[in-house]
Ligand binder design. Structure first.
Ligand SMILES: Cc1cc2nc3c(=O)[nH]c(=O)nc-3n(C[C@H](O)[C@H](O)[C@H](O)COP(=O)(O)OP(=O)(O)OC[C@H]3O[C@@H](n4cnc5c(N)ncnc54)[C@H](O)[C@@H]3O)c2cc1C
Length: 429
């Protein structure tokens, strides 16, 4: 083809792509939020700005669950089954990360005390039968007048990253159709103060994580007690504690998914066939982009605060932002936050639309967002100088809060392990 012919063909293709004679369905790809998404974002932002932010420092210092704020969130429908169902209904998958980013922009400790319940809900949603969903998910939240929280308990003192090392056992008492749970859970968000606890336990230790199952422990069940409450570096408004299970008996119907399905799965594993699900890992993978969105919210809060500060604060007779050292730091902070958000949105969209995570894109989103939050909040402290290091200014708290995002829901190292295994197909250690 002549050079002129190639140019003409390219021009035709561009014209077609721009709509000249193409399909009437409109563009297949857009990053523009629809009106519902914008409305929900603005609504949550208003709550974060007017209710959460003003309360953040107080509850961080008190290191207590902010029940009055949870109650406010429940009253407006932000905390509760209907709210979550509405966020989840968005087929693009973006509403859930948008809501999380806005709420955690307000404050991460309070954000986690409001949304910590969703980990247990995700486990019930992912593994429960329709009857179990109907029975337990509403109980995780309680009512608008009397909200409750739920806890998801997988980690143990000797089983953090290595989920297969879980020692908590679940033994079936056939005569009574009850499961008996024994063991100790560690670092459980809402552990002991929750109405509903979801417990990951081993029904066959020999099978490692493939011998795990998830159980609901109903409110007030004997033998399920809070252990030590953990004193933390950040996220201090969110309750974290050990949970002790001491001959804790739950009805047979509390095994998520039911016994028949569990027996089939265990039989497949024992025959050496692949098991379809690993109870805890399944829950973690599904929630990673949403967790990343929380980290993006913290990072954005610290970036916005330090940008305004840099424009106001004068040294050497001019605002500090007029120094490239500060302005370039802020430019990089914004760049990294936007990059992290795009990964989060991609992961959330993939999860919601049933795409296969071929390259562990959910883990990528959480890894990037967590590391960006740590880096950005540390930069923010630097930009505020001495003020940044004090509790009089919020970036110090944001920095403490951000750090957990490279640790829980799979540490950064574990995310890299997951990604490197996915891209290489090799058993990287
Ligand atoms: C505030 C908070 C809330 C939490 N909430 C919950 C909850 O609600 N439910 C729950 O079940 N758990 C919860 N956790 C526990 C959390 O998920 C674990 O702390 C986390 O999975 C890491 O486990 P670990 O602390 O035992 O660290 P370890 O597994 O002991 O890891 C220690 C270090 O070794 C590295 N490492 C470990 N193995 C490897 C490897 N193979 N390759 C390279 N590096 C490796 C890790 O990346 C990390 O840097 C919470 C923890 C905290 C602090």
């Amino acid at each position: 083809m002549s050079e002129r012919g190639a140019v003409a063909e390219a021009e035709e293709l561009v014209a077609e792509a721009a709509g000249g004679g193409g399909s009437t369905d409109g563009p297949a790809f857009t990053l523009e939020l629809n009106q519902d998404q914008k409305d929900i974002r603005d609504w949550v932002h208003g709550f974060a700005e007017n209710v959460v932010r003003p309360a953040a420092s107080e509850w961080d210092e008190r290191e207590e669950t902010p029940w009055p704020v949870i109650q406010e969130a429940a009253k407006i429908g932000l905390y509760g089954f209907e709210g979550l169902a509405q966020f989840w209904a968005d087929e693009t998958g973006l509403t859930l990360p948008i809501v999380n980013e806005e709420l955690f922009w307000g404050d991460a400790g309070i954000g986690m005390s409001i949304f910590g319940t969703s980990l247990a809900v995700a486990a019930i949603f992912g593994q429960g039968t329709p009857e179990q969903l109907g029975e337990w998910i509403p109980q995780c939240f309680g009512t608008a007048e009397e909200p409750k929280v739920a806890a998801f308990c997988s980690s143990e003192p000797d089983a953090g990253s290595d989920v297969s090392a879980i020692r908590t056992t679940a033994k079936y008492d056939e005569a009574k159709d009850e499961w008996v749970l024994n063991g100790q859970k560690a670092w459980a968000t809402n552990g002991g103060i929750a109405d509903v606890h979801v417990i990951i336990a081993s029904v066959d230790r020999k099978l490692g994580s493939r011998g795990h199952a998830a159980f609901v422990v109903p409110p007030g069940t004997a033998g399920c007690e809070q252990g030590a409450k953990v004193k933390k570096h950040g996220l201090r408004a969110s309750h974290t504690a050990d949970v002790h299970l001491d001959d804790c008996r739950v009805p047979g119907s509390c095994l998520l998914g039911g016994k028949e399905k569990l027996d089939e799965r265990l039989a497949r594993v024992r025959e050496g066939k692949k098991s379809k699900s690993q109870a805890a890992m399944q829950t973690f993978e599904a929630s990673r982009p949403t967790v990343g969105a929380q980290a993006v919210g913290i990072a954005r809060a610290a970036y916005e605060y330090s940008l305004e500060y840099a424009k106001e604060r004068e040294q050497f007779g001019r605002p500090i932002v007029e120094n490239q050292a500060i302005a370039f730091a802020l430019a990089d902070m914004k760049l990294e936050i936007d990059a992290a958000r795009l990964l989060v949105w991609r992961g959330a969209w993939m999860g919601r639309s049933g795409q296969t995570f071929e390259n562990a894109e959910g883990s990528m989103a959480k890894l990037k967002a967590g590391e960006v939050a740590v880096w950005v909040t540390e930069r923010a402290i630097q930009i505020l100088g001495g003020n940044g290091y004090t509790r009089e200014f919020p970036v110090e708290r944001m920095s403490r809060d951000a750090k957990i995002y490279t640790i829980f829901e799979g540490t950064s190292e574990i995310q890299r392990l997951v990604i490197s295994r996915a891209i290489s197909g090799m058993q990287i250690r």
